[in-house]
Design a protein around this ligand. Structure first.
Ligand SMILES: [Zn+2]
Length: 123
């Protein structure tokens, strides 16, 4: 596999810590899912099975985000906003390495979600 380091884009960002962190998170999620699937074979109360299903769905979603971030890393697109293409701040990436949007686009998206059907967001 070709590594994305050295590809055009942001030169100042050291990708290696992010790759390591994402791989750690990926392994954690895979282990979590493995445990949940193993436990799914055991008899248990319905309420507990429901909790497991919610946990598994969350872990799968997280795993999908982690793998998408790793894919962006190998394509040299890591740290670029998927909406506007601007660089995402290092602090934001350090806090959440799976971040796909810059703060501005993220706020916009959240404002849209929060406003629901009312379209009254103004700058
Ligand atoms: Zn953006």
């Amino acid at each position: 596999m070709n590594q994305g380091i050295g590809s055009p884009g942001r030169s100042a960002l050291d990708l290696e810590p992010f790759r390591r962190e994402l791989n750690l998170q990926r392994r954690f999620r895979l282990e979590q899912l493995g445990t949940l699937f193993n436990e799914a074979n055991l008899p248990c109360p319905a309420a507990q099975a429901e909790v497991r299903a919610v946990l598994a769905a969350g872990a799968q979603q997280a795993l999908a985000e982690i793998e998408a971030a790793l894919a962006r890393l190998s394509r040299g697109r890591f740290g670029n906003c998927e909406l506007c293409g601007n660089s995402i701040s290092v602090h934001q990436l350090e806090a959440i390495p799976t971040t796909r949007f810059c703060l501005r686009c993220d706020h916009r998206r959240q404002a849209k979600f929060n406003s629901g059907n009312e379209f009254s967001v103004r700058g």
